[in-house]
Design a binder for this molecule. Sequence first.
Ligand code: C5P
Length: 208
Amino acid sequence: RKGFVIAVDGPAASGKGTIARALAKHFDLPHMDTGLLYRAVALKLWRWGGDPNVEFEALRACDDLGFDPGDEELRSEPVSRIASKISSYPSVRDALLQRQRDFAAQEGGAVLDGRDIGTVIAPNADVKLFVTASAEVRAQRRVRELLERGMPGHYEDVLLDIRARDERDAGRPVAPLRQAPDSLVLDTSDLGIQESIAEAIRLVGEQV
Ligand code: C5P
């Protein structure tokens, strides 16, 4: 049979990354965290001292994009902010498109997580999961995560930041964060991580 493709989309700190990784492990599929591509472009630009407000500078950073997924700097605050900015440029999204499509087209199938996997990258995915949670719950998770990484943040600030990022992700004209009409919604607001994973595996399992 042809490869089984699982698209996982959702807002920041919804749990989509953890869920996508767990699905990949469970169904024995390769996984791509597509946010890392945008983060890698942002990190490169940041190291160059390039201007994130200038589209062609961001586009130039897409050339020969190589990165170490374990690099902690990819997850730093300045890089997150720049990634959010440069991901709104159509030329940047275009430059990163084929790499994601190729990954999704692998013979055995794949799991990809991001914002536009079910809508733009893999509209024919076998299963589309839209993972969400209230902004408050996501802010609490982010605060805990920051603390664990030794970078304490204030709940109110984090909540404002999450709301701003949601607005930017959903409001941009190109590939906005949208629930695909044929996606299954998984709201993790009241679920722990293990419960979220179990529910995701159950939802996907029904479609296999
Ligand atoms: O998911 P993550 O927070 O790592 O994504 C980093 C940035 O890249 C986000 O600001 C998001 O808007 C953008 N992104 C995107 N499309 C994707 C994945 C991430 O625009 N498929």
